[in-house]
Design a protein around this ligand. Structure first.
Ligand SMILES: [Zn+2]
Ligand SMILES: [Zn+2]
Length: 141
C-alpha cells in the first residue's frame, strides 16, 4: 500500500486548475441547492440534529486514492456525483470514519463497483461534443 500524500498523481490532481474550478462549481451548486449549508449537517438536522453549519470544503465520497491508475483517479476526482460540500467539522468526522478499517472493508465493494462503472461509462464521458475540452488547457483567468 502506498503512503497517503506521497502520491504525485493525487497531488497533481488536487492542486490542478480543473479540480479548483470544479470545486468552485460544487460550492456554487450547493449554495443554490442547499442554501450553502453542509450536506452532512443538513442530513443530521433533518433527523433532529443541531442547526447546520456552512459548507466550506468539498469532499470526495469515494476517495481519489482508491483509483488504481491516474485515469481512474481523475474520474473519481472530477465526477460531480462523487462530491459533497461539507463544513470542516463534518469533513473531519467523515475522514475519521473512513480511517477505520471495517468501514474501509465495507466501502471496498462499493469502490470496485464504482470504478467498474467508470470504465464502462468511459465512452460517453469522452464524447467529442462535450464542452469540457476547454477546461483542460485554458480555464477562466
Ligand atoms: Zn457539517
Ligand atoms: Zn474529504
Amino acid at each position: 500500500m502506498r503512503k497517503k500524500g506521497a502520491n504525485p498523481d493525487y497531488r497533481a490532481i488536487i492542486t490542478g486548475k480543473r479540480w479548483t474550478t470544479l470545486r468552485g462549481m460544487k460550492m456554487l451548486m450547493n449554495a443554490i441547492d442547499n442554501g450553502g449549508f453542509c450536506e452532512r449537517c443538513v442530513k443530521l438536522y433533518r433527523a433532529g440534529g443541531p442547526r447546520p453549519r456552512e459548507a466550506t470544503e468539498v469532499h470526495h465520497i469515494v476517495p481519489i486514492e482508491s483509483g488504481h491508475t491516474r485515469q481512474e483517479m481523475e474520474a473519481l476526482a472530477y465526477d460531480e456525483n462523487n462530491l459533497m460540500a461539507l463544513c470542516s467539522q463534518c469533513h473531519h468526522e467523515l475522514h475519521k470514519e473512513l480511517g477505520r478499517v471495517h468501514i474501509k472493508e465495507a466501502l471496498r465493494e462499493e469502490i470496485d463497483e464504482y470504478l467498474k462503472s467508470i470504465r464502462n461509462g468511459r465512452q460517453e464521458r469522452t464524447a467529442p461534443e462535450q464542452p469540457g475540452e476547454s477546461f483542460e488547457g485554458h480555464g477562466p483567468s
